[in-house]
Structures are given as C-alpha cells and as structure tokens.
Design a protein around this ligand. Structure first.
Ligand SMILES: C[S@@+](CC[C@H](N)C(=O)[O-])C[C@H]1O[C@@H](n2cnc3c(N)ncnc32)[C@H](O)[C@@H]1O
Length: 244
C-alpha cells in the first residue's frame, strides 16, 4: 500500500489538538480524557491528521473512504457502516462527548474494523485528506446558525465547497440532510459555477424519502419528524473530467 501524500507537520496545523494539561480545569469535561484513552475506533485530532495520505494504512486495506461530518451520537455512521462493510468509514466530530457516543455505537454495531471516529474541525478537512481522497461525503443536520450575525459560522459556504472540490474524488457524492432551508440555499448558491452537479433534492424527506436509495434516519432527523417539522435533502456529485 503506497501513501498518497504526507501529513502536515503538527505545528503547522490550523486545528491544534489539545491535551488535558492544556486546560485549566481538564476534569470539567470528562470526555476530554475519555476520548484520548478510548483507543480505536477513536482517533484524537493529532492521530487523525497523522493519517493524511495514508488512511488505507489505518484501515489495513484499500477501500473507498466514506466520510460523515458531525455524526453526533453516531447512529447514522454505525448504521451505514453496518450496511456497507465494503467501504472504509470515518466520522469527523468536533465535540469530545459526541466522539465517545459515536465510538460506543460503532462498537455496538461491530463495525470497528472498517469504521473510525476522529475529533476534528470539519473546516480544516484539508489537514485530514489529500486531494481526491474522499469517495463520498455525508452531512446530516449541520448546525444552522440561523441569525445573520452567525452566518460566518455556517459550514456550507463557498470556502467549504472550494475545499470539497479538491478533496472529493471526481464522481464522489455529497449527501446533505438538513432541517434548515438556509443550509439548502447556502449550499446551492455556493456550488454555482463550481464542478458539482445536482443529482436530486427533496423538500419533504419524511413524506418522499431521500432522493438516494440507502439511508439511515439520524437522531436529529427523528426529532424533527416527531415535531412535524420539514427535513430537506440535497444530493450532489463532484463532476467527472475536472480532476482535483
Ligand atoms: C445538529 S448536530 C447533528 C448530529 C447528527 N448528524 C444528527 O443528524 O443527529 C451537529 C453535529 O455537528 C457537529 N459539528 C458542528 N460543527 C462541526 C465542525 N466544524 N466539525 C465537525 N463537527 C461539527 C456537532 O458537534 C454535532 O454533533
């Protein structure tokens, strides 16, 4: 197995791993230590960034790499990894507790040989992946940041789309489910003139299902169904013929 690229040196990473001793009160959040002590399938931020260019080595096999951003409690990631053991799965989650919740789900679903969860900020995905590394990307109910003054916090803007242009392999799919129209509009605007094609869209996932075939209802999705609120889906493909 050949490496496809190199990790970015630790001191040059924009998302810096933080050790318990970097915190004034490390015990305020027990998951800070728990996630570090867990071992596989958990990767700390530094361990994950060290895999850049060599994810197949981490998984011990060559297989398409499917990535979920913000898996939350891990229900979707574990469910999809159980349905598709032929792919390598990686969740990228910023919150310590949710990293651990996802690890528990991966263990429960017995998918730890081909699924990992790492703590990282998805805004810096380029520190985890080399160009063309990602075979499919899933984003379920990203934080909406609905107020105008919060707009800078939204993930699905032009900068993120630019990053995905590079990191998604030609032909790779991006599947978004969201409870917030602002995310649908933000993503649709951000891909204008960029090498992405729209494969499908739904403004009523509960009634019509997702435009794609296999799916797992997430924790947030279920909550919105229960409240009778809409769930939207956007299905994109990184176009062929324009290599990253
Ligand atoms: C609204 S929750 C949705 C959780 C889950 N996807 C679901 O549908 O049930 C958003 C998730 O994204 C994570 N998140 C937010 N910003 C992130 C970022 N920049 N990088 C990685 N994860 C992020 C949050 O910690 C949280 O787990």
């Amino acid at each position: 197995m050949e490496r496809r690229g190199s990790p970015i040196p630790r001191e040059q990473r924009r998302f810096q791993d933080r050790l318990p001793e970097d915190f004034l009160h490390p015990d305020l959040n027990p998951y800070l230590k728990i996630h570090r002590a867990w071992g596989r399938p958990v990767l700390t931020a530094d361990e994950a960034a060290d895999c850049r260019g060599g994810w197949h080595e981490e998984f011990g096999r060559e297989a398409p790499l499917h990535v979920e951003i913000g898996p939350g409690n891990g229900f979707f990631l574990s469910g999809m990894a159980a349905q598709h053991p032929e792919w390598n799965w990686l969740g990228v989650e910023i919150r310590y507790k949710r990293v651990v919740l996802t690890a528990r789900k991966l263990r429960g679903a017995v998918v730890e040989d081909h699924a990992r969860i790492c703590r990282y900020d998805a805004n810096y995905l380029g520190e985890l992946f080399c160009p063309g590394d990602i075979a499919a990307l899933y984003i379920n109910h990203p934080d909406p940041w609905p107020k105008d003054r919060q707009a800078k916090n939204r993930l699905l803007g032009p900068e993120f789309v630019h990053l995905l242009e590079e990191l998604l392999a030609p032909g790779a799919e991006l599947r978004l489910k969201t409870d917030h129209l602002i995310n649908v509009e933000g993503l649709s605007k951000a891909i204008e003139g960029r090498p992405f094609e729209l494969l499908g869209r739904s403004d009523d996932v509960r009634g019509q299902g997702t435009p794609w075939v296999d799916d797992v209802v997430t924790n947030y999705q279920r909550k919105f169904y229960e409240k009778g609120l809409p769930v939207y889906a956007v299905w994109l493909r990184r176009m062929l013929g324009t290599p990253p």
